[in-house]
Each structure stands twice: as structure tokens, then as C-alpha cells.
Design a protein. Structure first.
Lengths: 602, 387
């Protein structure tokens, strides 16, 4: 099974100069017969000791497979995985004794308390009673979990679970720490705290860390990054070395808030443009290296603004790298099939789509949503941001008529949700975090089912089905089983299903959680188009840069709205006196932490 | 570059070893059992419900069977015949005026049978040919019908013998059957159902619960984190075996106490034999449960598979309710692969007959083989690997 050629012999010793982790021509496939697919193809790389290495790649690139190979949980079909000079396949137990590994779902026992989880891992790692007390104090101080020792792990928020998961892997300091997407679905405050812990471990204990992530801003915090794409290593190096390749190709254009989204959409599909995103008050642009003066003129015209050169960041180079690997016709930010840039009439009219007045929701003693009021205008993109457990999902469920409010009034599309939830539901589309697809059905069967469930029939149904296949580029995948689709495609299919009955209002609950940057760009392009067609969009997200795409947004904490308004206004709330306007993430953290202080005992 | 020298006390500390790891796993398992409502339901509530149901509710005995009695010409003879039914605890006779009414009652399932005495019963009884008694039974439930048939015949024979004593004209029958029922003289079905129930309860805890909790660890991803620790695979297996062995033994003790204390079922054999046989069976059940969770890594499938391949056979094919000897050949053959079959045979013997080596030794040996087979297979199939 395992080809152990003499060329890949384990080097002697395990001195500090050697790699902490090494993959040598590793191949791994899953399945059998015609369905056999290669997850990793001839992967070779080294992880340096004593630094943080980032593993970056889109969904389905093979990141989790790579992590599991490194832990000895999977055996390679060919090649060799070496951890601290030991073969991870043949010497798995020794490797596992020197390794800390946090899987994507943290591996916590939810019906055990924080202390019981820690004790279990301390027992498994052979930490004695006496040293345990010292170690636990240290870990709890580091993660801020000390007040929650007796709480069941299942009752912790997402961010706290992640920190407990990390603490469990650290009960006996491992030499190598593997973290598989530790920050997915976790709010920015918790993400920041996790990074602080990781840096401390590296600085104080010289730990070697391999961390996979979908957040490109996190890649920039790594000493080195490995870019994995479709099971192969595309590139490896310091984040700055990637950015250097794009020197002179990155610009920002200040665009007024009202036009920003339209300008971004226009630029994203313009020839010669690699990537265009909204960044704060600007539209950020990555252009081809060989842009002709004529193309420049056209770009400036469509932006109606001047371009200022800015230093490239890792995200620019990552997107450029992936775009260059894409077949030109495969859509994405460059595929302009639907990039028909016309503004729907009366987009910013004053019709109100959603009215929320003094709405509260209690679950027993617990107040999930407390006296919340806001309006959403027709055709608006309205963002709902908040830390895990802030009450966003509860608010959403009430708006969809899935959960009655304890107090207050909710009007959606002119219908009182309390009285006629069914009537309101007919006019809205809902896409949940988990996409709510039938995994065993094919793409086509899912579309058919949802079209029937919404009561479509005859010509209209046929037209909507054809629209879904065309608009979401699903025609080639009609027979694919939904559960086997990459996350980005699942998200497309779920959106197609939610839009099947042409709803006036669209609810999106963390639609981009865990979806890679390319798919996320594509997703927002579609949301933009919907908004132009006067569809009202309500969206929750953990990605702060996505908040910039909203017309207005509300930041929630502990069931209350902390800030409400256009992105600029919200950011200004966090602007220090006489200082510059902070980024959305800094503003968010500032507001949330202020909110936390304002409501003690939570 | 050398990483800076760092303080790391725990890396140089002595490692706790297998004992500490195992203790940690077992403690975790018990905490989970106590906190998870579905574990509590399977481990504690279900056994009690089953015991009460089988001890008090369900009975295979036919008692107070409603019976229509049609007497066309009542007189002293027919009265004493009907009285024989009335005095029996097995029957609840209902007098009916004519056959049409009785047949209607039978069809409506208000009565389970009809006893029909013709108009000239008294006269014919004393004639050479004797008097015919017509018995009609509802055969829809064949089991009850057969029981009722036996009881009716018994009641009638008792009446005949009784009559013969007072009537010198009738000579004594030359041959008299003296019936004695051994081990369960009152023929109470509870006396063999409750001991057999121990096998069902232990299957519930050993196979169903174990398969589901193990599948849950796969499903929730907790096993993935557990596998990447210095823990050995046999420690993980033992960490499951020991808690559920203790729980299963608890279920056994509960059943024995209920059987002897509450339902007054004799325990004629020794506790040692009972405990040894139970342990062997429990190991086999645990082996099956763990094996199921290796093959089915999600709770729903594991639960379904465990019910179909362990729980239902323990109920139906073990001889717990239905006699194996009266099953068709192919089904009898299948029962040989069901550990509960051997255990039920031992249980019924140990409780009602005593330590009979002829039953206990071969059945015990079969349990030993099955326990060794299933546990051995687990050891072979379990790896610290995914996929």
C-alpha cells in the first residue's frame, strides 16, 4: 500500500532545525471505482518549527484531509507524512503524544462541564493531579473561561466552545498544534482572542502551529502560508512575498456611499480587472499587470473617481492566484453573464418592507431579544451583525413567522406576522445557515421540490426552473447529489430554492459562513442584483467586510441593538475624538465590548 | 534557528499511563449517561417499564375467559355442568338463550368460545352413546384458542370424574391420568417470562445503548479529537465496555430483585451460575453493540440496526416468549446465531429448575464462544483511523 522508496527515508534525529511537520509526495484518494476522487495530489511541503503556518484554500481543497493525515488519523495512499522526525502512519501513537489537534467541531463533550472536559483531556494526556491545578489556572486565565468551569460545554457560545476546545488540546503543551478552521462561524471578538492565544503559545513556548482558515486577513497574521487548491499545493511562502507580486496593481477609489455598490459591481466585471471589492469608504481594485491606457480610461469612467495606488494585501494576491487558475467561462467575479448593470426604477423609494416595533422574545427566564425596533425599506440590503448568541437567529425566526414574539409588533410586506404568518411567508424567501437542502436528492430534484412546495405550476414553474439553472450556473450539475456538492455550490442551490417563488423579501442567515472568498464574491454580486430588482434583503454575517455591502446595518448584543444605520455612521460611532474612521471590524469590537460593559452579569 | 528556551514543566512530567486514561474515560462515560435523557431512558426507565409490564400486565395464561354457554333444556345435569365452568378461575361463562345470540357474541369477540348443550343432554348422557357437547372456539388467536380448548376439556373431565363418584351406576374408568407439572406447578407464565426478561434488558443496555453512544461520538466528532491523544484503541474500547458492563449488571440485579422480591419467582439455582452466565452474555451483547457502531457511524442507523439484529431477536427468537422447538426448521437454525437464545435457556433453568449442568454447560460454552468472537472482531476492526 504505502510506497516507501529509499528517497523519502526519515532523516535522523529530530533537532530544532528540522521541520516540525513534513509532507513528502503525499497522495490520498477516497471512494472506490468510478467515484474515486483524489483529495490530495502529490503534496510536498514543510512546516517550520516555532512559527504559525497558515493553510489557506477554498472549500474542498483538501485542508481537512491534510490535517487528518498529519495526525495519523488517515493513512496516505502514497508518500510519507513526518511529524517531528517520526512517521505519522507507522508511529502514530508517538506522533499523537507530541501533537495537539483541534478538529473543526472542537471535539468537546457537550453534556460535560468545562472542568469535566478539561479533566478528561488531562487524564488522557497523563497530566498529574498536582500540575493539573496550575495548568488549568493558566489555561482558564488565557481563555477567560474561569467563571464558567461548572457550565456544560453545550451551553457555551460558539466562541467560548472554540476556546475550550483549544484549552483541551493544550492541557499538556504539545510541540505541534494543528487547528482545523478554528475560526469558522466565530465572531470577530472571539477570533481576535484566539489569535492572541496562538501568538502567546508560539512566543512563550516555541510551539509550531499549523492552522487552516478561510479568512484571508488571518493568513496575513501567519509567518508563512501554504495555499492548497484542488488537492495540490499552489504556493508556499511568507504572506508578504505573495503581496509583492502584485506591487503596483492595487488601487482604491473613493466612491460616495450611495453609488459604492454599483461602482463595485461595474468594476468587478470590467475587462482588465482581477478583483473589485468594497473596502471601507472605497472600492478596492486589483488590475491585470498589462493594462492598456485605453482600458484605464474606461475604468476611470465607470468608477467616476480617481484611483490611488495602495500596497497590496494577501487577499489580493490570493484572489488573483485563484482567478488565474479558473477557466475563463466559469463565471465568478469575472463571469459577466448576468452583469447587466441597470438600475431598477425607484430603488431607494420610501416604501417600508419590514416594520419591527418593540419586539421581545423570552425563552423561560432568558431574554433572547429585548425591545428591538427597526424598519427596512423596500429594496434595501439590511445587515444584522452580532457576536454568537446576540439574538440574531431568534430575530430572524420571528420575522419569518417561525417563532411568535413574546411582545411587540412585526409587519413583513404589509402583513402582521402575528396574525397571518402564512400569508407573510408566501412573500418571503429564507435561506438558513445549514442551507436546508435535501442531501440525498439531486440538484434538479431539490429545485423541483421547492418549486412545488411554493405552489408553482405550469409555464411559470418551467420558467422558474430554467431561470434557476441558468442564473446560478447549475445546468451541468442537475444530476449531482446535493450532499456531495462543494459548499459554494450548495449555497448557490439553496439561494436558487429560496428565490424560486420570486419573493419580495429575502432572509439570509449567515449565508457565507464557511464559504470561500471566491464563492462569497459571487454571492454578493447576486445579492446586489436582487437589490437592484427591488428585492429587500436581510442578512446576518460574521464577515465584517461583508457588512460594507449593506445599505444599513444593525449591531446586536445581548438581544438589543447597539448601533443602527449606514456602515459609515456605525463606524463613526466608534471613531475616537479627532481620529480617523476605524474599519468595520474594529468598530464592531469597540461597540460590542462597550455593550458588554453596559450590561453586567451577562 | 533554535526556538527560545521555554518553560514547559508538563512535558517533562511523568506520564500517568493507561490506568489514568482509562479512569478518565470511564468517569466521562458515567457523567454522560447520567446527563443524557435518552441514555437514562434506555438504561433505567425501559428496564423498569418492561419488568412491570411483564410482571403485572402481560400474561400468556388464559384466565377469566368469557365463554357463552347455551343450554337448550336446563335441568339438574346441565346446571352442575355449567357450575363446573363457573367455579373454574379460567372461565367467565355467560348464559345465552340460543345459538344465534352466542354466534353473534363470538363474531363480535365478546366471548372467546361457545359451549352448547343440546335439549336432551340429561337423557342422552345416560344412554349408550353418551351426550354430545359442542365446543366452538374463536381461532383467530390460535394460541389462546389452544389454551381455552385445553381448559374446556379439563373442566369437562373434572366434572365427569366428579359426577362418577356420586353415581355408582357408572363404572370407574380403567385408566386414570395423574398429571404433575414440574418446576412451575401452577403454570404461571410470569415465572418463565420474568427470568427471560433479563436477557432482553441486558440486550437493551449492552447492544442498543452501547451502539448508540458510540455512534454519537462519531457523529459529534468527539472521537476524532479523542483519537489524537496518547490513548490506545483498546483503552477506548475498554472505556466503553466497563461502564456499560456495570450498567448491564445493574439491570440484571434489578431484574433478579424484582423477580424474587416482587413477583415471587423462585430462584432455585445458584447466584454464581446466574452471574457468570449473565457476564458472558453481556460481553457478547457489548461486542455486538460496539461492532454495530463501527459499521454504522450515525446514531439513527446504529439504533435501527441494533434493534433489528439484537433487540428484536432477543425478544422473538430467543425462546423468551415463543418456544424455539415449535418454530419452523430454518427459523430454528437462525436462532443458533442469537446469543440471547442460550442465555434465556440458562435463565429459565437457573430460576425454575436449578443448576442443571446438562443445560448450563453447553449453553454457557456457546455464550463464551460468542462473546469471544464479537469482542475479538472488535479488536480486529477498531483502528485509530478515520475512514
Amino acid at each position: 500500500m504505502i510506497a516507501n522508496s529509499p528517497a523519502v527515508e526519515t532523516p535522523p534525529g529530530g533537532g530544532p532545525a528540522d521541520a516540525a511537520l513534513e509532507f513528502r509526495q503525499v497522495c490520498k484518494s477516497f471512494g472506490a471505482g468510478p467515484k474515486r476522487t483524489a483529495a490530495l495530489k502529490n503534496v510536498t511541503f514543510q512546516v517550520q518549527p516555532g512559527v504559525v503556518t497558515g493553510l489557506i484554500g477554498p472549500d474542498g481543497a483538501g485542508k481537512t484531509t491534510l490535517m487528518r493525515l498529519a495526525t495519523g488519523l488517515l493513512a496516505p495512499d502514497a508518500g510519507q507524512v513526518v511529524v517531528l522526525g517520526r512517521d505519522a502512519t507507522h508511529d502514530a501513537l508517538a506522533v499523537q503524544a507530541a501533537l495537539g489537534y483541534m478538529p473543526q467541531r472542537f471535539g468537546l463533550y457537550e453534556d460535560l462541564t468545562v472542568a469535566e472536559n478539561l479533566n478528561l483531556y488531562a487524564d488522557l494526556q497523563g497530566v498529574g493531579r498536582a500540575e493539573r491545578r496550575v495548568r488549568f489556572d493558566e489555561l482558564m486565565g488565557m481563555t477567560g473561561l474561569a467563571p464558567f468551569m461548572r457550565r456544560l460545554a453545550g451551553r457555551l457560545s460558539g466562541g467560548m466552545k472554540q476556546k475550550l476546545g483549544l484549552a483541551c488540546t493544550l492541557v499538556r503543551s504539545p510541540q505541534v498544534l494543528l487547528l482545523d478552521e478554528p475560526t469558522v462561524g466565530v465572531d470577530p471578538v472571539s477570533r481576535r482572542e484566539l489569535w492572541a492565544i496562538v501568538y502567546r503559545l508560539v512566543a512563550q513556548q516555541g510551539m509550531s502551529v499549523l492552522l487552516s482558515t478561510l479568512y484571508l486577513d488571518e493568513a496575513e497574521r501567519c509567518h508563512e502560508v501554504i495555499i492548497l487548491h484542488e488537492g495540490a499545493v499552489l504556493a508556499q511562502g511568507a504572506p508578504a512575498s505573495f503581496s509583492a507580486r502584485l506591487q503596483g496593481r492595487t488601487y482604491v477609489a473613493p466612491v460616495p456611499a450611495t453609488q459604492r455598490r454599483d461602482v463595485q459591481a461595474r468594476l468587478a466585471v470590467a475587462p482588465g480587472v482581477v478583483d473589485a471589492v468594497i473596502q471601507g469608504d472605497n472600492v478596492r481594485l486589483v488590475v491585470d499587470g498589462d493594462l492598456s491606457p485605453a482600458q484605464w480610461v474606461r475604468l476611470r469612467e465607470s468608477a467616476a473617481a480617481a484611483f490611488e495606488p495602495v500596497p497590496p494585501r494577501f487577499e489580493d494576491s490570493f484572489i488573483a492566484l485563484l482567478q488565474s487558475r479558473r477557466p475563463p467561462a466559469a463565471g465568478g467575479a469575472a463571469g459577466g453573464a448576468q452583469a447587466d448593470i441597470r438600475r431598477g426604477p425607484g430603488r431607494h423609494n420610501d416604501q417600508t418592507a419590514i416594520v419591527v416595533r418593540d419586539v421581545s422574545r423570552r425563552f423561560g427566564e432568558f431574554i433572547a431579544v429585548h425591545e428591538v425596533s427597526f424598519d427596512v425599506k423596500r429594496g434595501e440590503v439590511f445587515g444584522l451583525l452580532g457576536a454568537n448568541g446576540a439574538g440574531k437567529t431568534t430575530m430572524f425566526r420571528m420575522l419569518c413567522g417561525l417563532l411568535p414574539p413574546s411582545e411587540g409588533n412585526l409587519t413583513v410586506a404589509g402583513v402582521d406576522v402575528r396574525r397571518a404568518a402564512a400569508a407573510a411567508r408566501g412573500r418571503l424567501g429564507y435561506m438558513s445557515q445549514k442551507f436546508s437542502l435535501y442531501g440525498h436528492l439531486s440538484v434538479w430534484q431539490n429545485l423541483q421540490f421547492f418549486s412545488r412546495a411554493y405552489g408553482l405550476a405550469g409555464k411559470r414553474r418551467a420558467a422558474r426552473l430554467a431561470w434557476a439553472l441558468g442564473q446560478f450556473e447549475l445546468a451541468d450539475l442537475v444530476d449531482a447529489t446535493s450532499a456531495d456538492l462543494p459548499l459554494g455550490y450548495k449555497q448557490r442551490l439553496a439561494l436558487a430554492c429560496a428565490l424560486m417563488h420570486e419573493p419580495d423579501i429575502l432572509f439570509l442567515d449567515e449565508p457565507t459562513s464557511g464559504v470561500d472568498p471566491l464563492a462569497r464574491r459571487e454571492f454578493w454580486r447576486r445579492i446586489n442584483e436582487l437589490s437592484r430588482d427591488n428585492v429587500t434583503v436581510l442578512v446576518t454575517t460574521h464577515f465584517m467586510e461583508e457588512a460594507e455591502y449593506c445599505d444599513r446595518l444593525a449591531i446586536m448584543a445581548n438581544g438589543q441593538i447597539l448601533a443602527l444605520g449606514p456602515p459609515e455612521e456605525v463606524k463613526d460611532r466608534a471613531r475616537p475624538a479627532g481620529g480617523v474612521r476605524p474599519g468595520m471590524e474594529d468598530a464592531f469590537i469597540f461597540l460590542i465590548e462597550g455593550g458588554r460593559q453596559a450590561t453586567p452579569g451577562s | 534557528m533554535n526556538p527560545p528556551a521555554f518553560e514547559n514543566t508538563s512535558q517533562h512530567a511523568p506520564r500517568g499511563g493507561a490506568g489514568q486514561r482509562l479512569r478518565g474515560l470511564i468517569r466521562k462515560e458515567f457523567l454522560q449517561i447520567v446527563r443524557d435523557p435518552s441514555s437514562i431512558a434506555i438504561a433505567f426507565v425501559m428496564p423498569v417499564v418492561l419488568l412491570l409490564l411483564f410482571g403485572y400486565g402481560l400474561s400468556l395464561d388464559a384466565e377469566h375467559v368469557p365463554l357463552a354457554v347455551v343450554v337448550e333444556e336446563p335441568d339438574a345435569d346441565t346446571a352442575s355442568f355449567v357450575a363446573a365452568f363457573q367455579h373454574s378461575r379460567y372461565f367467565a361463562p355467560v348464559a345465552m338463550a340460543n345459538m344465534a345470540e352466542a354466534e353473534q357474541a363470538l363474531q363480535a369477540r365478546r366471548v372467546n368460545g361457545i359451549v352448547h348443550l343440546r335439549e336432551n343432554f340429561a337423557r342422552q348422557r345416560r344412554s349408550a352413546g353418551g351426550a354430545p357437547v359442542q365446543i366452538i372456539l374463536n381461532g383467530v388467536d390460535a394460541n389462546t384458542a389452544r389454551l381455552v380448548q385445553g381448559y374446556v376439556t379439563g373442566a369437562w373431565e373434572t366434572w365427569l370424574a366428579h359426577e362418577a363418584q356420586g353415581d355408582a351406576a357408572t363404572p370407574h374408568p380403567p385408566v386414570v391420568v395423574e398429571e404433575r407439572v414440574w418446576f412451575n406447578s401452577e403454570l404461571r407464565s410470569r415465572d418463565f417470562l420474568v427470568p427471560g426478561l433479563i436477557a432482553v434488558i441486558m440486550t437493551l443496555i449492552g447492544a442498543l445503548l452501547t451502539a448508540m453512544v458510540m455512534a454519537r461520538e462519531w457523529e459529534r466528532g468527539t472521537l476524532e479529537a479523542l483519537l489524537v491523544t496518547p490513548v490506545a484503541i483498546q483503552e477506548i474500547l475498554l472505556g466503553k465496555l466497563i461502564p456499560y458492563f456495570i450498567l448491564g449488571t445493574g439491570g440484571m440485579i434489578l431484574s433478579v430483585v424484582a423477580a424474587v422480591g416482587l413477583f415471587e419467582i423462585p430462584l432455585r439455582g445458584s447466584l454464581l451460575v446466574l452471574f457468570t452466565a449473565s457476564s458472558l452474555f453481556l460481553l457478547a451483547a457489548l461486542g455486538m453493540g460496539l461492532l454495530i457502531s463501527i459499521l454504522a457511524k450515525n446514531q439513527f442507523v446504529a439504533g435501527q440496526v441494533a434493534i433489528i439484529v439484537t433487540f428484536l431477536p432477543a425478544f422473538i427468537l430467543s425462546g423468551f416468549i415463543f418456544d424455539i422447538a415449535s418454530m419452523p426448521g430454518p427459523i430454528q437454525f437462525i436462532t443458533h446465531f442469537i446469543p440471547a437464545r442460550y442465555f434465556v435457556a440458562i435463565l429459565q433453568t437457573v430460576f425454575l429448575a436449578g443448576d442443571v449442568p446438562g443445560v448450563i454447560v453447553p449453553n454457557g460454552a456457546a455464550l463464551l464462544v460468542m462473546a469471544a468472537f464479537f469482542l475479538g472482531l472488535n479488536r480486529l476492526k477498531s483502528r485509530k483511523r478515520l475512514g
